[in-house]
Design a protein. Sequence first.
Length: 442
Amino acid sequence: MLLLHLLTAWGLLSTVCFARLVELIAIARSAAADHGSDSGLVSAALLALLAATVLYLPLRAARARSSLDVLLATLAGLTLVFGLCDGPFLYRPPRTASLSGQTVLITGANSGIGLAAAKAAAARGADVFLACRSPVRCSAAAAEVRLSLGAAGSAAPVAKPLDLTDLRSVAEFAAAFQRQAQRLDILVLNAGFAAGKDDQRPAHTAQGIELSLGAMHVGHALLTKLLLPLLERKPARSSATEAPARIVTVSSEASSLARPMHSSLFAGRGEGDLRGELTHAQAPLETPSALANLLLGRIPAAFSGLGFAGFSPTYLRAKLANVLFARAMGERPLRRGARRVLSTAVGPGFVATDIFANSGLHSLGGVAMGALTLIAVRPPHMGVLPIVRAMMDDADSVDAVYLDSMGYANQFDAVCWAAGGCGGEEAARLMQVTERLIRSKG
Ligand SMILES: NC(=O)c1ccc[n+]([C@@H]2O[C@H](COP(=O)([O-])OP(=O)(O)OC[C@H]3O[C@@H](n4cnc5c(N)ncnc54)[C@H](OP(=O)(O)O)[C@@H]3O)[C@@H](O)[C@H]2O)c1
């Protein structure tokens, strides 16, 4: 009887997983089309084979003759639940939750997670502004968001492009946004890119800072500084129940694989490794957490040691800086008379976006790992859900925390432990360095 119940539960779970499987195969096919290679199709075929095996093993366990069968079935079950089938465990916003009347600005809003965030916010009634570096892609994305709208929200590109690799562009963009928008309630710092794993030397921003750190951290930090007065401004007819403003910083679970920040930025004399030469030369960190991540199948950084889809250590450092920045913003004392501003860091998990175009994920050599990796890949509309939580969940539940890829809140001290932690002291020191940089180069 117990067996019958277990099999019924298994059947239900498999049905849910089947929908996700179909979605994943569609992603693999479109990846193949986008990248002009057949690796996506091969990956999809391998994935289907893998899934069939995974679904078959529990049935075999029902007639288990040996403890090996039971062990295999248990492993298959865990793979299915934590890999293919994490959807049911992912944070979902309440149906009634609304962002009506809220103004949201999203960087890197023309593709991937940023575009999904724009759609999610606009669909919940927000007035969304898209920040992009290409005006053409921005207008197209805004049109796509408007098309997807069911509710009363709106979507518009900001009149000036935003190139985070140039602090002058950031300043011009912030000024243009202030002219265009009357208020700002939610700032989503999402734009990002993965440095090519085969780059021979680190690239630099217009101000000579290593590109990943300069764009994803310093550029976003300047944007936040310039828009903070708007976030902190209390609406004219303020009431005690006025919702706080929010800063959502999109980091990555890969931040836990970065080397300690102080060894690259603060150690030694002068500016430390701002130009990224030392960081770029590091081998990606191999730690038990990389193994854990590999087992959970969530992040490609875990594969970097295998020479597959590796992220550069400069990317990992920038993502760690994102977490420290979010912590520092979350620990700022409330200014008298200012509106409260929440700060949340988010690790969206492994999401199928253009960010992997340069990663080797679609190369033929990576096919087998690609198939394995695809198990854990989410489409952007699912990957964005932790960000949606940061944008709209109860203030105290998302302030000064790190939301992981399932949308669960973690204290900063509990994340990026492999990187030596994301301590408050380190966060404060990073902000000092950043302030100095912005003053001298901005
Ligand atoms: N996808 C994942 O699995 C994953 C996992 C963990 C974290 N993340 C993080 O999620 C964020 C969004 O990435 P995604 O996966 O959605 O990638 P994506 O589809 O490639 O989108 C990245 C966006 O950032 C913009 N961007 C890149 N460089 C910029 C610059 N210098 N100035 C202004 N905008 C710039 C891109 O604009 P263009 O179109 O002009 O290039 C694009 O709109 C990133 O911060 C990434 O680190 C992603």
